[in-house]
Design a protein around this ligand. Structure first.
Ligand SMILES: Nc1ncnc2c1ncn2[C@@H]1O[C@H](COP(=O)(O)OP(=O)(O)OP(=O)(O)O)[C@@H](O)[C@H]1O
Ligand SMILES: O=C(O)c1ccc[n+]([C@@H]2O[C@H](COP(=O)([O-])O)[C@@H](O)[C@H]2O)c1
Length: 201
């Protein structure tokens, strides 16, 4: 245990999937299962964000999103966590610095969908994210090409790991990233909210 509420033994390979999860859906569950398998992870932590710094509207209450996430992803190697709320961090670079300091010896990998790789260079201190942990990117409908030609992908072109070697990603010295061209699910929280199946926008 630590200030994060997470129990993570040294040497564990841990994927971190940060998100608003407003609401969580089977797209999140799908990329999590793919990441566990393809990156050879021991565990994936869903970091349910107190609120995305780039999104103008606040999400549903954290407790509601955590409960829904546990309903969507009941898996023995997946943990739904409110670590960012506990730590008081919102920016990923800062969250990673705190997690690494509080869990020495754990091999963290930051996970995200291709849409977020496209935007990564707009995130606070994004180069510190690339410097701290390997990054695993999962294909998302309509985002594959733009993600792979994004600013972050071009700046770190030489740090790209071929997906055939994806299982080595947790062992790589950052900067390192890998794009997984997995089967895709066309589902998003925005569409679920628009369909009135969660709270309205
Ligand atoms: N269908 C999907 N395929 C691949 N990645 C996904 C998919 N849905 C979500 N992700 C990824 O999961 C992480 C958390 O996503 P988030 O909680 O923002 O859901 P979202 O569906 O993208 O939400 P919104 O529609 O509100 O932007 C992000 O890195 C996002 O790219
Ligand atoms: O650190 C940033 O500047 C930053 C900007 C945008 C998004 N993020 C993180 O990216 C993750 C995905 O965000 P979202 O809202 O697309 O689910 C989530 O953990 C956010 O905190 C982080």
């Amino acid at each position: 245990m630590g200030g994060t509420g997470l129990t993570l033994p040294q040497g564990l390979r841990v994927g971190l999937l940060g998100g608003s999860f407003d609401p969580p859906h089977r797209g999140h569950a799908h990329i999590t299962r793919e990441a566990l398998k393809r990156f050879g992870l021991d565990r994936v932590v869903w970091l349910v964000s107190p609120g995305n710094p780039l999104k103008p509207r606040g999400p549903a209450p954290l407790a509601d999103r955590m409960a829904a996430a546990r309903g969507v992803m009941a898996h023995p190697r997946v943990v739904v966590s409110d670590a960012e709320a506990r730590l008081g961090t919102r920016y990923t670079a800062e969250t990673l610095a705190r997690l690494i300091a509080l869990h020495p010896g754990v091999r963290f990998v930051w996970l995200m969908g291709a849409d977020n790789l496209r935007q990564l260079h707009c995130w606070d201190n994004w180069q510190a994210i690339m410097a701290q942990v390997p990054v695993g990117v999962l294909a998302r409908p309509g985002q594959r090409i733009s993600a792979q030609t994004s600013v972050a992908a071009r700046v770190h072109a030489t740090a790209r790991l071929d997906q055939a070697a994806a299982h080595l990603l947790p062992l790589m010295q950052p900067p390192a990233w890998c794009f997984l061209n997995v089967p895709m699910l066309d589902v998003s929280s925005t569409a679920i909210r628009a369909a009135g199946e969660w709270r309205a926008d």
